[in-house]
Design a protein around this ligand. Structure first.
Ligand SMILES: [Zn+2]
Length: 166
């Protein structure tokens, strides 16, 4: 049985402290970003406050508990979300761009950055696209889009609506 997170505030405070120790230059955002436990299906996410439009971080409690024996991976997930905010990934998507692919491109790029920052491999349950290393999300997005386009041409019949969305 894995340990539970008994005190959520303490858990978050410790996470901030460890992050700040490693990355003092990001101390402002690490200390001030709103962090909470919300959402049951995701590992973690950046969420925009409807009213203030401020970006905050939602952590999934069960997911973070599942990594209680791997505090480095908890820090990894936290820093991944911090980088999304630092680079404003949520707002940087063009309206024409596919949200799923954009998110995947950002995840792939940020995971390589965090891995480098922390000097550890990308945890096995997170997005890992080797070719994304050192690239910008938009470059990776275009590659993913191209790859997906090629795939659908092969798998869909000629008259299929390859580009239509539901
Ligand atoms: Zn992400």
């Amino acid at each position: 049985m894995q340990k539970k997170i008994e005190n959520k505030e303490e858990f978050i405070a410790t996470l901030r402290e460890r992050a700040r120790e490693r990355f003092p230059e990001l101390g402002g955002i690490i200390d001030n970003v709103k962090v909470g436990f919300g959402g049951e299906t995701k590992k973690a996410e950046v969420a925009k406050d409807e009213v203030t439009k401020d970006l905050g971080i939602n952590l999934d409690l069960r997911y973070m508990e599942s990594k209680n024996e791997k505090p480095d991976e908890q820090l990894f997930v936290f820093m991944h979300e911090v980088l999304h905010i630092v680079w404003d990934d949520i707002n940087a998507r063009d309206e024409k761009e596919d949200p799923y692919l954009w998110n995947r491109a950002c995840d792939a790029v940020r995971n390589h950055q965090v891995a480098q920052m922390l000097g550890m491999p990308i945890p096995s349950d997170l997005v890992n696209i080797p070719e994304a290393k050192g690239k910008k999300p938009r470059e990776v997005y275009k590659e993913l889009e191209e790859r997906q386009g090629k795939k659908s041409k092969v798998t869909l019949p000629e008259k299929g609506h390859q580009h239509s969305k539901i």
